[in-house]
Design a protein around this ligand. Structure first.
Ligand SMILES: Nc1ncnc2c1ncn2[C@@H]1O[C@H](COP(=O)(O)OP(=O)(O)OP(=O)(O)O)[C@@H](O)[C@H]1O
Ligand SMILES: [Mg+2]
Length: 112
């Protein structure tokens, strides 16, 4: 199993969600977050304050999926999330050692 954290543009959430649903993704966690990347959160004209960090509103999607579909999940997020402009976001992938569904006691992929 893999955990995929994607920081995306808030206005791309709906398209990405629809794409993930088509892949058969079940659970996910979505949060409103603030962040910055290479440009330290600055967009457009830049006046002084070279070291200041500005935090822009983004959306974080956290989804744990069977390893076999992790590549497709990344593809969907990258395709539907892309505008080609700075700030499109980033995808982080982690191994997941175990998952339990609290209600039934199921574990592993069956618990996703
Ligand atoms: N190294 C990082 N660690 C944690 N979060 C990050 C990191 N880089 C980016 N993020 C998150 O992703 C969001 C979008 O990043 P962004 O797309 O601006 O990345 P970038 O590396 O600056 O690429 P680009 O040049 O395309 O803007 C940030 O607002 C932040 O929330
Ligand atoms: Mg950036």
């Amino acid at each position: 199993m893999r955990k995929i954290d994607a920081i995306i543009r808030p206005d791309k959430l709906n398209e990405i969600k629809a794409g993930l649903a088509k892949l058969g993704v079940r659970g996910m966690t979505v949060s409103e977050v603030f962040g910055c990347g290479l440009q330290k959160g600055h967009i457009g004209v830049y006046r002084g304050k070279e070291y200041s960090i500005n935090l822009l509103p983004k959306v974080k999607i956290e989804v744990v999926v069977p390893a076999g579909i992790a590549g497709d999940v990344v593809k969907v997020i990258a395709e539907y999330g892309r505008t080609g402009n700075i700030g499109d976001g980033k995808i982080f992938i982690y191994p997941v050692s175990q998952v339990y569904r609290i209600r039934t006691g199921e574990s592993g992929s069956a618990a996703l």
